[in-house]
Write a protein of this length. Structure first.
Lengths: 406, 687
């Protein structure tokens, strides 16, 4: 409103809404204020001086009396309105009434007065604006210590956050993400991963089987995949080397739910196959990945292990990211690492040549290529990393728990 | 598995203390998970891989230690008295007539070795034996049985002792059981045998389940005078099947099904005999009776030293390779350059290939000594076609304020059937009836999560879960990606600054619209075709290009009541398998409009039966290019509005890219549109 008023031509109509009030207050002003422009009879320099001074004094007094924005508008219109403004009267009462010989001098005086009126109106506006703005700012002051209006942002589930974090590390290393079915055949889950039928190694993976499969040949019988490793075979069947893949997903074991077990959990599996992949590459890759994920100060250590589908096989230990490998927190023992300073994080190894035999026809001749594989549980890593006491918290999804990961 | 540190030291001079020994064993894969006891009684709690039955005993670990520290392994050499010659009796099992043993099933039993002891006193074992067994949590029974147990833990070879006089007919036959035969095993259980069971039998009946458990009726008791010691080599697969069939997992079956040492039958027999003779006196009769049905010979394995480097990435000196393998009992014969023929020791059934030898080399060399390297890669990263879509939906949901959840994807039959009509996939061996089928819908899981939270005073909820659901299609299983959303409580976070209001159908619809907007499509409309667990008047189906891609709305109050939900709950299901048939919307930048838009408001009365979609379509079907948007601004019923109608304030925006619109153009289009609305039964109230 103020901006549009100041932008309009001096003397132009004020904004429509306030027209009536402006007219009313102008009338009031005229009644209360002494100064009116007198019609000049004497056009001598002295008389002009005196009348000019009188006008300027009235201008100064009235300007000083302006308190706020609406007062200023009334003031502006009284002096500058084309119709009925002081300057208009000046024009009519002085200039037009002046005899021809005095017109030039009167004109100069009127112009000078006009300039001064305009200046004063503008200065007054600035003064009023400054003070009304600071009044308004004062009136608009809020209690900044009240809480803000929160818009709740969704929180990543801690398991998924772990999973996606780990995937990002491997994507940076040039790994592509692959997925596969959760209901698998015996062939992909066991046989092609070098778990022969009836092999004791199958006992380590308590399997949930799909009902009514007995009529099918063993290798076609369905089960809930016990690991993400079947996707290794599926990918090697579909793509020739070199490959670098990382496989996230849900896996299943016949483990009743308790503080550290769940019949459904999440794995992240990796596989790299090329013409010159070595155990040193496996170590270097996982050492890099662990540092990228847990922080550059973690140390890694590899120790021999056994998995049917890798040879040599290893377990990767990382220095405990909770106690920085010290085994204690001050005098308190570090529980997640059982005071050893090391946490077992994943199983890995060089892909067993027997596994390559199942996909040999697609360019996987174990005499010419080699590869490594690794697999880890996202749930267990999240459990350890965030100090979650009970695995079941992950699957109950109490929002008071979830919000802690915001 | 508990093993005694001192017992290991019986066979090897370990140059370090027990703690360092534990670390060293762990570093070669013989995991010591814990230590208990002091000094002589120190016990390692160990975890040894299923492929290493040879190391699940003290002598086997001593062998590992000798290889680690490069120190000599003492040999196991039982000292037996000369066999008794002055046999007073005659008949089977005397020096004059060796006990007859027949292997009828050479597939199941490759070798059967026996020793006969007579005039043995059966009683308690010596204190040292009892103490050692006790330290491994093994219960002492009598000197004969304890001797077999001691040998099992000492050298890993399971053996068995029979009361010789209770073997009917004075002979042993190894054969398959006959249908209908039974055997009471040592645990007192009467077991029905089948033709697949491999048994040790006397002339009349089975007396032991091969490699698994002995028979009750022929066991050693206080009355036993004469003993037959058995040490055999049983086929791993047959033992495994048998032990599973009978639910009998024993220390013996654990080892046999992983592969026993074919060459250790005589040695273990002798060692058992030595221990019984030491504790119970008696006489050793004749030489061991050693029946071999077939030999378990391992062919030499070729080891090419360049392969060691190709696989490990570390360069090991040939002398180092030879030293490591010899330390573990392998014999190496140099063939041509860089190639050895390696003879595999009989106790290492797990080593069959060159790669297995390379693992042995790496294991003893030390994994941590192999230098780390990052491999170069000539391939490229191929983004999975669904990854970007998954990511888009997930980040949108998180931004919309939905918390990500993960729930178990099992259901009861009842729940699965209530929330879908697809054929169910059942689990053969479920953990419980409540978790006996794979979930067919994410809705029941979402309702469980909502109820769980509401019951804990978490009243304002936005949750989503992304998972697969499962259905049977003939003999196959299909998996379909879905997203479920759940919302309840207030739409805005309650605060001192603003009044809140309950979450509504249109809050949910807006969220669903935001999610669907990411996908390229030609048409998207909503109808009321929803499942019966939805509120019939507050639920919708989203149809994109003619295909149902989502259902959402308020949960039917009846369903809410049966699930004990205390407040109105909203759910949505997105069928990603269908939604993902489209690509993500591509972005193309258009120049910003240079000419002003013109807005016109129209207040209309429409009959209640008329849906906004019809009003919208009537406008757009006119095909006016300059119509940029049509928005419902206010909706009003009751008061001065006649019953059966509602008042709708509609805002049209007109704009052209190439000019400022003229008043008469806008008036002309407005008139056309109003006419179309009037044709629908609308009446203009004011403009």
């Amino acid at each position: 409103m103020l901006a549009s008023a100041s932008g309009s031509k001096a003397g132009g109509a004020a904004a429509k809404g306030s027209l009536a009030t402006a007219v009313a207050s102008r009338r009031e002003l005229r009644e209360n204020v002494a100064y009116t422009v007198s019609k000049l009879k004497d056009f001598s320099a002295a008389a002009l001086d005196q009348a000019g001074e009188q006008l300027l004094r009235a201008l100064a007094d009235e300007a000083l009396a302006v308190q706020n924005e609406s007062g200023w508008k009334t003031f502006r219109d009284r002096w500058m309105a084309r119709k009925d403004g002081v300057l208009t009267w000046l024009n009519d009462g002085w200039l037009k009434a002046a005899p021809p010989e005095a017109k030039r001098q009167v004109g100069q005086r009127v112009n000078e007065l006009k300039r001064q009126v305009e200046q004063t109106v503008e200065r007054t506006k600035q003064r009023v604006l400054d003070s009304s703005r600071s009044d308004r700012l004062e009136a608009e002051r809020v209690d900044l210590t009240l809480p803000g209006i929160q818009r709740e942002i969704g929180v990543e589930h801690p398991i998924m956050k772990t999973l996606h974090g780990m995937l990002a590390v491997f994507r940076d290393l040039g790994y592509s993400v692959e997925e596969g079915p959760e209901i698998e055949t015996d062939y992909y889950n066991f046989e092609a991963l070098n778990f022969p039928p009836n092999h004791p190694a199958r006992d380590t993976q308590d399997t949930l089987f799909i009902a009514r499969q007995q009529a099918k040949p063993l290798r076609e019988q369905l089960l809930l995949r016990t690991h993400t490793s079947p996707v290794q075979i599926r990918t090697m069947e579909a793509k020739q080397p070199p490959i670098r893949i990382v496989i996230p997903g849900r896996v299943y074991r016949k483990d009743p739910s308790d503080a550290s077990h769940s019949p459904m959990f999440h794995q992240i599996e990796g596989l790299a196959v090329d013409s010159n992949i070595t155990f040193g590459d496996l170590k270097g890759t996982l050492d890099y990945a662990m540092k990228a994920f847990f922080g550059s100060s973690v140390k890694t250590s590899f120790r021999p292990s056994f998995f049917p589908f890798t040879e040599p096989s290893a377990e990767l230990m990382v220095s405990c990211f909770l106690c920085a490998g010290k085994g204690t927190h001050g005098s308190a023992p570090c529980r997640p690492c059982k005071q050893t300073g090391w946490i077992e994080i994943l199983g890995c190894g060089m892909v067993d040549p027997n596994v390559f035999q199942f996909v040999r026809h697609n360019g996987y001749d174990p005499e010419r290529i080699s590869g490594f594989a690794f697999g880890m549980g996202a749930d267990r890593i999240a459990l350890l990393r965030y100090g979650v006491e009970d695995m079941q918290l992950f699957f109950e999804n109490d929002v008071r728990f979830l919000r802690q990961f915001a | 598995m508990k093993l005694s540190a001192q017992w290991i030291r019986d066979f090897v001079e370990v140059p370090v203390d027990n703690r360092r020994l534990a670390e060293a064993l762990t570093s070669v894969g013989m995991g010591v998970e814990g230590m208990a006891g002091q000094g002589e009684d120190t016990v390692f709690e160990m975890e040894i891989g299923t492929n290493r039955p040879d190391a699940m005993n003290h002598y086997g670990l001593a062998r590992e230690a000798s290889a680690i520290y490069d120190v000599r392994l003492r040999s196991l050499a039982p000292k037996l008295p000369p066999p008794s010659a002055n046999a007073s009796s005659s008949g089977p099992g005397t020096a004059a007539a060796p006990f007859p043993i027949a292997i009828e099933d050479g597939e199941g039993c490759a070798r059967f070795t026996a020793r006969i002891l007579r005039e043995v006193r059966v009683g308690a074992s010596p204190a040292k034996i009892i103490r050692r067994l006790a330290s491994l949590d093994q219960r002492a029974i009598n000197n004969a049985v304890d001797a077999t147990n001691y040998v099992l833990w000492e050298m890993g070879k399971p053996t068995h002792v029979f009361d010789l006089d209770l073997l009917a007919g004075g002979k042993i036959i190894v054969r398959r059981a006959r249908e209908g035969e039974t055997l009471k095993t040592l645990d007192g259980v009467d077991r029905k045998l089948s033709g697949e069971d491999l048994v040790v039998a006397d002339a009349e009946k089975p007396v032991a389940l091969a490699g698994t458990m002995g028979g009750f009726d022929t066991m050693i008791t206080e009355r036993t005078r004469n003993v037959l010691i058995e040490s055999a080599w049983w086929d791993p697969l047959i033992v495994r099947k048998m032990s599973r069939r009978h639910g009998l997992h024993t220390d013996a079956s654990h080892r046999f099904e992983r592969g026993a040492d074919f060459e250790a039958t005589v040695l273990s027999c002798d060692r058992v005999a030595e221990l019984i003779l030491q504790s119970g006196g008696g006489r050793l009769i004749g030489e061991p009776i050693d029946v071999i049905a077939r030999r378990i010979d391992q062919a030499p394995v070729e080891l090419r030293t360049p392969e060691v480097q190709r696989i490990l990435g570390a360069r090991l000196e040939e002398t180092e390779i030879v030293r490591i393998l010899r330390g573990l009992g392998f014999e190496l014969v140099a063939e041509e350059a860089e190639t050895f023929a390696v003879q595999i020791p009989s106790w290492r059934l797990d080593v069959e290939r060159e790669i297995d030898l390379i693992e042995e080399i790496a294991r003893l060399y030390g994994y941590d000594k192999i230098p780390n390297r990052l491999p170069a890669f000539s391939g490229s990263v191929i983004e999975s076609p669904e990854a970007a879509k998954d990511r888009k939906l997930r980040t949108t949901l998180l931004a919309l304020g939905y918390h990500e959840t993960v729930s178990l994807n099992f259901l009861s039959h009842e729940e699965a059937e209530q929330f879908s009509d697809v054929p169910i996939i059942e689990i053969e061996n479920p953990l419980s009836e409540e978790a006996s089928v794979m979930h067919t819908s994410l809705v029941p899981g979402m309702l469980t999560m909502l109820a769980y939270n509401l019951n804990r005073g978490n009243d304002n909820l936005r949750l989503f879960e992304s998972a697969k659901v499962f259905a049977a299609v003939g003999p196959a299983a299909v998996e379909m990606k879905r997203i479920a959303m759940g919302a309840t409580g207030s739409a805005l976070t309650p605060s001192v600054h603003q009044a809140s209001r309950p979450f509504s159908f249109f809050d949910l619809k807006g969220d669903v619209e935001s999610l669907l907007a990411s996908f390229a499509h030609k048409s998207l409309c909503y109808d009321a075709e929803t499942a019966d667990y939805y509120h019939p008047g507050r639920s919708a189906r989203a149809v994109m290009d003619g295909e149902s891609v989502a259902q959402f709305g308020q949960l039917h109050p009846a369903t809410a009541a049966t699930r004990k939900l205390r407040q109105d709950v909203y759910i949505a299901e997105l069928y990603l398998d269908r939604l993902y048939r489209r690509g993500l919307r591509e972005f193309a930048c258009e120049p910003l409009p240079r000419y002003p838009a013109v807005e016109r408001d129209f207040s209309f009365l429409f009959p209640d039966s008329l849906a906004f979609e019809q009003i919208r379509r009537a406008c757009y079907d006119l095909g006016l290019r300059e119509v940029r948007s049509l928005l419902p601004v206010e909706i009003f019923r009751g008061g001065s509005i006649p019953p059966g109608t509602y008042s709708l304030l509609l805002r049209l925006t007109f704009q052209a890219n190439d000019r400022t619109l003229r008043e008469d153009e806008v008036a002309h289009w407005s008139a056309q549109i109003m006419k179309a609305w009037e044709a629908l039964g609308g009446t203009l109230r004011s403009q």
